[in-house]
Design a protein around this ligand. Structure first.
Ligand code: IYR
Length: 222
């Protein structure tokens, strides 16, 4: 048993008017975030990605096990291999596996089996969820709330990258186990999603979509 240790919280209390201004500014900044599918091949400094991953690593998570691994791929040969394998899975999805209802739900986004962004974008951040932690004596330490934890960290990563001036795309070819093979990750790391990251192409277009209003997404019980 390890005894709990405590330290003073470093918390900045803000005046109400400043809180509201910051919340509003942040909303406007977040409204500019869009999922991008046309990327420029312009390089993005690794240092920016590193800071954003560290920000994601501050996410709240089960028992502070931090059950995530961010595998950042910049090597063009590995990116090409990821594209090849992902397009194989996506071809099967779009042509055979996907139920009609799912394809109809995707129609307005204009997605298909072609994933050139997996090669064009400078970085693919492949996020893995650690099912458990292997101990030195061969036993396995259980992780808790793995999906919730990795989902929160991923959201924070997307936010950090957007805030730093980059565009992202969440890509989830299914199944994704080929990523363990290509990236030589152990079996206890489960691919969670691929975050494609870079600058948008200068002529990038995004689908016309609407975000739900506050009334549609929130209920206040006061
Ligand atoms: N993984 C596929 C299909 C896809 C599924 C959902 I749900 C999306 O919001 C978008 C795409 C693809 O990447 O094309």
């Amino acid at each position: 048993m390890t005894k709990a240790r405590f330290e003073p919280l470093s918390f900045r209390r803000l005046p109400e008017d400043e809180m509201l201004r910051r919340a509003e500014d942040f909303l406007q900044e977040m409204r500019r975030r869009r999922t991008v599918r046309d990327f420029s091949d312009e390089p993005v400094p690794r240092a920016v990605i590193e800071r954003c991953i560290l920000a994601a690593g501050t996410a709240p998570n089960g028992a502070n096990r931090q059950p995530w691994k961010f595998v950042v791929v910049g090597d063009p040969r590995i990116k090409a291999e990821v594209r090849r394998r992902a397009e194989e899975e996506e071809r099967a999805f779009y042509r055979e596996k996907a139920p009609k209802e799912w394809l109809e739900a995707l129609e307005h986004l204009g997605t298909d089996e072609h994933k050139p962004f997996l090669e064009h974008a400078p970085w693919l951040i492949v996020i893995f969820a650690e099912r458990y932690q292997p101990l030195r004596d061969g036993r396995k330490a259980k992780n808790y709330y793995v999906n919730e934890s990795v989902g929160i960290a991923t959201g924070m990563l997307i936010t950090a990258l957007h805030h730093a001036g980059l565009a992202t795309l969440t890509h989830t070819p299914s199944p994704m186990n080929f990523l363990n093979e290509i990236l030589e990750r152990p079996e206890y790391e489960r691919p969670f999603l691929i975050l494609v990251c870079g600058y948008p192409a200068s002529d990038a277009k995004v689908p016309v979509i609407r975000k739900k209003s506050l009334d549609e997404i929130a209920v206040f019980v006061e």
